[in-house]
Design a protein around this ligand. Structure first.
Ligand code: FES
Ligand SMILES: [Fe+2]
Length: 386
């Protein structure tokens, strides 16, 4: 692992109380060595969301998660077990599958035809040498698990178990009814900005009036509160959250602000709230009265981030005439606005004219996220000094 070109003093300054803290040093957003650390030590050691459990309900269904250059294949086995594999042939490294998802009864490499069971075991290796041990050459595994209907994978064999690693989640994500949501749409796009800028943007709403006037009308930033994380400023676990109120007259967040026939995905008493949650490092969720948004971030380069954005509705919403175009159009516009402002910020953060100064007092969520990042960097620096 390359040395982190960051100073402990700058990182400790992030951890000061909000009113005297200083944001992360600019270099954290553009330096190649910091990026390599983020990939290997933050994303490489976390449980990462790769989709929803119902995407792999039948044996043989697979999805390819963009967590590595080759991707990680998540497959429902014939025994209904979920398994994750590196999408790389053990013969001479060709990738096994292309695309986002599909269904297979075995995996066959397109290069020389090595074939694998859905369990990852090597079934056939044409022209293998005499005595070749097929049992020792199955696909290399990652770990997979399910929590709240989300599918997770970790590339770290030593990571803590899923439930304990992801403890302390906001209560609204664990409601059983959310497990049955169905995806209405997926869009993917790249943002020419560091992944941390994308998360920080999600962590505050005081950019709404200038960047998203349409969103500000429906969920005014003055009515936003951070979800209580036990007063630990994010030190206690990988989750952060926030709650916003719908403006009078708005039933939901969409171009029409009307829910129409779409069933609620939250209890009746909570239908005037929007609840956001961030799972460190790269899952952003937003629970609206009648749908759930998720954004999965994958860092591609110091200044490039892949975003996979999904929208889920109540299963009973999918009736003839179901037309959630008002939701999609609204969020397409908001996502474009966020993308443009984060890209603008990336251009500035690399410029010699920037040095971090202070957080706004309504940026406690950004401060908490930056604290999570700063602690990772500090523990790596401390380990080196120890
Ligand atoms: S690389 Fe896969 S069979 Fe040769
Ligand atoms: Fe935004």
């Amino acid at each position: 692992m390359p040395e982190l070109p960051l100073s402990s003093a700058d990182l400790h300054a992030v951890l000061a109380p909000l009113d005297s803290a200083r944001p992360l040093p600019a270099r954290a957003y553009w330096d190649e060595d910091v990026f390599a650390f983020d990939q290997a030590e933050i994303f490489g050691r976390s449980w990462l969301c790769v989709g929803r459990e119902d995407e792999l309900s039948r044996p043989g269904e697979w999805l390819l998660a963009p967590l590595t250059p080759a991707g990680v294949l998540v497959v429902r086995g014939a025994d209904l077990e979920l398994r994750a594999f590196h999408n790389v042939c053990r013969h001479r490294a060709a990738t096994l599958v292309d695309g986002a998802c599909g269904r297979l009864d075995h995996l066959e490499c397109p290069y020389h035809g090595w074939t694998y069971e859905l369990s990852g075991a090597l079934r056939a290796a044409p022209h293998a040498p005499p005595g070749f041990d097929r049992g020792a050459h199955g696909l290399l595994r990652a770990r997979a698990g399910v929590l709240f209907g989300f599918l997770f994978v970790t590339l770290d064999p030593g990571a803590p178990a899923l439930e304990s690693a992801l403890g302390g989640a906001p209560p609204w994500l664990s409601r059983p009814e959310l497990r049955s949501l169905r995806r209405g749409r997926r869009v993917e796009y790249e943002v020419a900005a560091n992944w941390k800028l994308c998360v920080e943007n999600f962590q505050e709403s005081h950019h709404f009036p200038r960047v998203h006037p349409g969103l500000e009308r429906l969920t005014p930033c003055d009515d936003a509160v951070s979800w209580d994380m036990g007063g630990k400023g994010g030190a206690g676990g990988p989750w952060l959250g926030g709650i916003m109120a719908l403006a009078p007259g708005a039933e939901t967040v969409s171009t029409s602000a009307a829910r129409g026939a779409r069933p609620l995905v939250v209890p009746e008493a909570e239908r005037r709230r929007v609840r956001d949650a961030m799972l460190f490092p790269g899952l952003l969720t937003s629970l609206q009265p009648d749908y759930l948004l998720t954004y999965r971030l994958t860092p591609r380069a110091p200044d490039r981030t892949l975003v996979v954005a999904d929208t889920y509705f109540h299963p009973a919403a999918f009736v003839p005439g179901f037309a959630p175009g008002d939701v999609f159009a609204f969020w397409d516009a908001v996502n474009r606005e966020d993308r443009a402002i984060c890209e603008r910020q990336q251009r500035g953060i690399r410029a010699p004219g920037y040095a971090p100064s202070a957080y706004a007092m309504v940026e406690d969520g950004v401060h908490a996220f930056d604290g999570m990042v700063a602690r990772r960097y500090l523990s790596a620096l401390g380990a080196r000094e120890a």
